[in-house]
Design a protein around this ligand. Structure first.
Ligand code: NAD
Ligand code: UDP
Length: 346
């Protein structure tokens, strides 16, 4: 096994990275750019002087995520569904289009599977035609309900192919297959990142994922709903850290193709998360238990030694700090009307 010494990035590493990422202005296509992660990528790329084309059908994303960018002459939005082919000249493609929260992706399972399979195919075909490097936002769901922890990239996973999560998990697994086959068969330049649970500003309040749910519930004085016993674990990465990882991956050597885990190894039970959110918001909400979700992974924690070695990347924001920033975002966004309605409902 490779020995990795964790620690802060060296100053030289950071400087070299900044030079590479902001060096030559490039045309960058971001599918799913109107979503939570996609909008952060668009924003960061524009701030570095690149031209950014956001391709989105706004099914789970929001135009308001991009409202502060639309005046930028280097930013373009194209309404398009990635299940249909497209041809856009680009140097780099970030393929982010897919519903990501379990309620979102289970609402239209066939649509989710097809978005991931056809979305990957069309991004790869676009890359093949234009010579672009294409970066796939894969997921820790590749590992399913893992029998090994922490999860390393060599682990093949434990996915139920016929359960309610399969549309997403198997869609992402098929997408990885397509990426590697296009690389082997057509020499398309690829990079595959497996994202572990990421959170932060611009998640939708009704998105259904655990952090947005708990924060909104706590701020509105509603019960915090734990699915199951709350002993299942997740490792939560703050969005800015994740975006740094993606940018580093985008300027890595051509032979750095992944798959590579990007996530924060700090592991928490869902119950610990609920208690932390309640304490940070000063909420008096109760913590209640509801039925466990089907096929809910019991544990999830990334082994990020590969990212440390190959990208000199590791997350910097601890959960408590990231939650404080996320709470501040939702506090500002939740309207007086939301609070008044919640007050009547409690
Ligand atoms: P999100 O739902 O906020 O964003 C997804 C975006 O894709 C939305 O803007 C949506 O409108 C768009 N989209 C969906 N289907 C589309 C289609 N058929 N055509 C065009 N656009 C479409 O989710 P997110 O959290 O920002 O996730 C972005 C990507 O990262 C997804 O591919 C997701 O699977 C992956 N990912 C996210 C996480 C996470 O914790 N946030 C973890 C693992 C993987
Ligand atoms: N979860 C929960 N309450 C909620 C939402 C989610 O207890 O209101 C649990 C969910 O069952 C899972 C964990 O929190 O065990 C993370 O769920 P999320 O949907 O955020 O991400 P994923 O399951 O895709 O990792």
């Amino acid at each position: 096994m490779r020995k990795v010494v964790p620690g802060p990035l060296s100053v030289v590493g950071q400087r070299e990275f900044l030079k590479k990422i902001s060096g030559i202005p490039r045309r960058i296509l971001v599918t799913g750019g109107g979503g939570f992660l996609g909008s952060h990528i668009c924003e960061r790329l524009l701030s570095l002087g690149h031209t950014v084309i956001c391709l989105d059908n706004f099914s789970t994303g929001r135009r308001e995520n991009l409202s502060h960018l639309v005046q930028n002459p280097h930013f373009h939005i194209i309404d398009h569904d990635v299940r249909k082919p497209y041809l856009i000249d680009a140097d780099v493609i970030f393929n982010f289009a897919s519903p990501a929260s379990p309620p979102d992706y289970q609402a239209d399972p066939v649509g989710t599977l097809m978005t991931n399979v056809l979305g990957a195919l069309h991004a790869l075909e676009n890359a093949r035609a234009t010579g672009a490097t294409v970066i796939q936002s894969s997921t820790s769901e590749i590992y399913g309900d893992p029998l090994l922890s922490p999860q390393r990239e060599v682990y093949f996973g434990n996915v139920n192919p016929i359960g309610p999560r399969a549309c997403y998990d198997e869609g992402k697994r098929s997408a990885e297959t397509l990426f590697f086959d296009y690389h082997r068969s057509h020499r398309v330049k690829i990079k595959v990142a497996r994202i572990f649970n990421t959170y932060g500003p611009r998640m939708r309040p009704d998105d259904g994922r655990v952090i947005s749910n708990f924060v909104v519930q706590a701020l509105l004085g509603k019960d915090l709903t734990i699915y199951g016993d709350g002993q299942q674990t997740r490792s939560f990465c703050y969005v800015n850290d994740l975006i740094d990882g993606f940018l580093r991956l985008s300027v890595s050597a051509d032979d750095c193709i992944g798959p590579i885990n990007l996530g924060n190894p700090g592991e928490f039970t869902v119950l610990e998360l609920a208690q932390m959110v309640r304490s940070l918001t000063g909420s008096r909400s109760r913590i209640v238990h509801q039925a466990a979700a089907v096929d809910d992974p019991r544990q999830r924690r990334p082994d990020i030694s590969q990212a440390l070695t190959e990208l000199a990347w590791e997350p910097k924001v601890i959960l408590r700090d990231g939650l404080e920033r996320t709470i501040a975002y939702f506090e500002e966004r939740l309207s007086a009307a939301d609070r008044a309605t919640a007050g009547q409902a409690v």
